[in-house]
Design a protein around this ligand. Structure first.
Ligand SMILES: Cc1ncc(COP(=O)(O)O)c(C=O)c1O
Length: 308
């Protein structure tokens, strides 16, 4: 595998970052996972907009780069066709103290500081390809199982929820817990007990021709696929609502599904054993899936990932 690392394309075994990298030390950085379809990045402009917004939120200066060119280089070098590319941006090597706030160093401290200063606080940028998540044809048609996570989604008041930061441990724990319980994804609630999102995807449900999804105020990630679905649903005859919903409201839905760049649109079959009996092969989810696949192909053809 070939990896892009700070302006160079190197073999994965030769890609090295500093042990002082703040992404590694503190999760001080961001990432994006971009869908590659037919050898082209899809909705790349939207991912880059989210990255730029997230950078402003955590005050990380994003270097100017020819991002589409870099993505294409990684795609071509690795000969990927249908996959994901993960872009990671960290604040780079450094210590908890900024240069400005640090007191003048002396003795052993000075030696340490000058060693770290030599590493310079330059942003670390890494891109590499990853396979799409494994979904069976039956899961794609009939849906997957969810398990309610015991951990809650951190409050947006204490955490930059709308930034896709490297602090991903709570998502990983929810995913692992779900898998241990035989489920595909963990459903996370807000600290107030409302439905938020899944460990690695956004959640939607449908009732009586209305499409519901938790609002961004619930601390959910503004998913790129979520945005596409919200835009396309009214053109198919669905009303859309974003709000705060108790799990009991979700359990009463006709249909339920997940969205992410890797999964696309994936129906939910059951949540902790509760099923959605009205979800059939001719359901709204199937209609949305067909429309999404069409848009995906159109986007990859237009290559630059322009807006809908
Ligand atoms: C927590 C979380 N929510 C939602 C999503 C979906 O976002 P997108 O559609 O941009 O892939 C992801 C994607 O990885 C995620 O990790």
């Amino acid at each position: 595998m070939w990896v892009y690392l700070n302006d160079r394309i190197v073999q994965a075994e030769r890609a090295r970052i500093s042990v002082f990298d703040r992404g590694f030390l503190y999760g001080d950085g961001l990432f994006e996972t971009v869908r590659i379809h037919d050898g082209r990045p899809v909705w790349l402009d939207r991912h880059l907009e989210r990255l730029a917004r997230s950078c402003r939120q955590i005050r990380l200066p994003l270097p100017e780069k020819q991002w589409p060119v870099i993505f294409q280089k990684v795609i071509d070098k690795n000969r990927v066709d249908d996959a994901l590319i993960r872009l990671t941006v960290s604040r780079g090597p450094g210590t908890p103290q900024t240069r400005e706030s640090a007191t003048p160093a002396a003795g052993a401290g000075a030696i340490l500081r000058s060693a770290q200063d030599r590493l310079q606080s330059t942003t670390t940028i890494v891109l590499f390809p990853r396979p799409l998540p494994h979904v069976t044809p039956s899961q794609r048609r009939k849906g997957v199982k969810l398990a309610l996570a015991t951990g809650r989604r951190p409050s947006p008041r204490s955490y930059p929820a709308q930034a896709k930061t490297l602090n991903y441990l709570h998502n990983l724990l929810a995913k692992r817990e779900a898998e241990e319980r035989g489920a595909f994804e963990g459903l996370m609630l807000t600290t107030g007990g409302h439905v938020a999102e899944c460990s690695m995807s956004n959640l939607f449900f449908i009732r009586d021709k209305t499409l519901y999804t938790p609002s961004l105020a619930c601390g959910v990630l503004p998913g790129i696929t979520r945005g596409v679905v919200l835009k396309v649903a009214p053109t198919l005859g669905l009303q859309t609502r974003e709000g705060r919903y108790r799990p009991e409201v979700l359990y009463e839905a006709d249909e339920c599904f997940l969205t992410s760049s890797g999964l696309g649109i994936l129906p939910v079959h059951t949540i902790d054993g509760r099923s959605f009996p009205k979800q059939t092969a001719r359901s709204w989810v199937a209609v949305l899936q067909t429309r999404y696949e069409h848009l995906l192909r159109a986007q990859s053809r237009s290559c630059r990932g322009r807006s809908l």
